[in-house]
Design a protein around this ligand. Sequence first.
Ligand code: FAD
Ligand code: DLZ
Ligand code: SF4
Length: 508
Amino acid sequence: MKTLRFVLGDQLTRDLSSLKGIDPKRDVVLMAEVADETTYVRHHKQKIVFILSAMRHFAADLRAEGITVDYIALDDPANTGSFTGELTRAIRRHKPDRVVVTEPGEWRVRQMIDSWGAEFSVPIQMLEDDRFFCKLGQFAAWAEGRKQLRMEFFYREMRRSTGILMAGDKPAGGEWNYDSENRKKLPASYTPPRRKRFPPDAITRDVADMVATRFAGHFGDLEAFGWPVTRADALKALDHFIDTALSGFGDYQDAMKEGEAFLHHSLLSPALNAGLLTAREVCAAAEAAWAEGRAPLNAVEGFIRQILGWREYVRGLYWLKMPAYAQTNALNAVRPLPWFYWSGETEMNCLRQCIAETKAHAYAHHIQRLMVLGNFALLAGIAPAEVEDWFLVVYADAYDWVELPNVHGMILWADGGYLASKPYAASGAYIDRMSNYCSGCAYDVKAKSGPKACPFNYLYWDFLSRNTATLEGNPRLGMPYRNLAKMTPERRHEIASDAERFLETLES
Ligand code: FAD
Ligand code: DLZ
Ligand code: SF4
């Protein structure tokens, strides 16, 4: 049976379900660069270069194996610009007996593929994406009957079912979670490990030239592009992380430092999400480093929790709750996204640094996304759809299945607490404790009110005050609400007017 195997841009894995059992003599792999995908949001230039270059390298690897790849380039004059259009043309060219595709990562594309059955006379077979630890049905069974989902309990189930970091039926080292050891500030004299940069080769440079022209108006710089775009380089990036950065991952996971975009983070998310690395091999490499005494347990457990826990959890939740999930707005946040998220022009040094690094690298680490960029959007009451759009645009690792739950649920609490038990709201004191941003800021992190005070300080109380009806009963917010209740009416008025004055100055 002649099979047309359609491989999407984030499915660049040799043992992908849709490539299993391929017959190189008869079958054809279809890969298509399409305008719909490069522009459904105005992706950061580096994200487009990363995906298209990784696709071209993957196609070359398949061809080197003797597999026929029908590869449609973005600038092919006959390119229709859509997955459906390119499949239509490919079916005409190859006349397959069936089309096979692995289920896509995004709801938007899933709807499109679901419509193909009625559109084409050739049978379309959609196969499970088995690159994740947790099958979607397994997640749904775990979630069944729970009013709220909690990552920590899901993570323990995943540890048990995979045996990762387990000693029999007990967690390795006796604890499930070593987060209490993972909140250290960087010492003043500390030098973080160097990032391994992969200089663009001829294929990447070709794509970059095309992107620089065709997507000139998109956010982001191309100069610092250094992402691995092949599986071989992604494996080198994994080794480099394990050798140089993993041992400090736990201790410094929450730290931020001006001028240091990467610290002890792995930078593996673009490769993982596009399929150049699998979650299983990344977790196995980290576990082996611990077993060989090359990294401490708090670092390895903390790192594995991000992948075996958070990554699997947000994917399960996305597919369980879409499309309704994206529609909620539990805190009725309606403010437009401030313009400085694009321009970086703000006096708030923490935001300015995180946005500049995002623009330069299509990357910011988790705490920058959560506690600076996300925290501000939460406190300022920015409309969820606008924040989601920004996060989907600006990061090389951004896909709806992972971005949406992190933004909608984790940072904005727009799902009313389904994903996170309380909003991750924090005043300037948190940012001051975990970074050196405040020493270079026009605002005073210690001042609570007035034009020079750190905006996070009064916005934090204003946020709690504005959302009293929704959040006061939350058991995890008992202490701040008791403190708010103790404030005099004058102090509360001062907070509200500082917040109003500041928010009015934001240009959208
Ligand atoms: P490391 O810190 O080295 O972590 C290791 C791996 O764990 C990551 O590569 C990633 O695969 C996984 N991981 C860590 N945290 C999460 C998480 N919360 N959810 C899912 N996976 C996680 N991650 C994305 O891959 N794509 C996104 O679009 C994305 N958007 C985010 C938006 C917000 C508001 C927040 C708070 C987090 C978001 N994350 C997203 C999660 C996380 O910030 C990134 O995965 C991480 O910063 C990637 O850098 P790294 O590879 O150096 O990660
Ligand atoms: C992100 C992306 C981009 C920018 N371009 C393409 C493309 O031209 N062709 C392609 O097959 N995939 C691309 N992708 C990744 C897809 O958006 C991704 O496969 C779907 O969103 C499904 O998750
Ligand atoms: Fe950010 Fe406030 Fe610190 Fe300035 S003072 S860097 S705004 S936390």
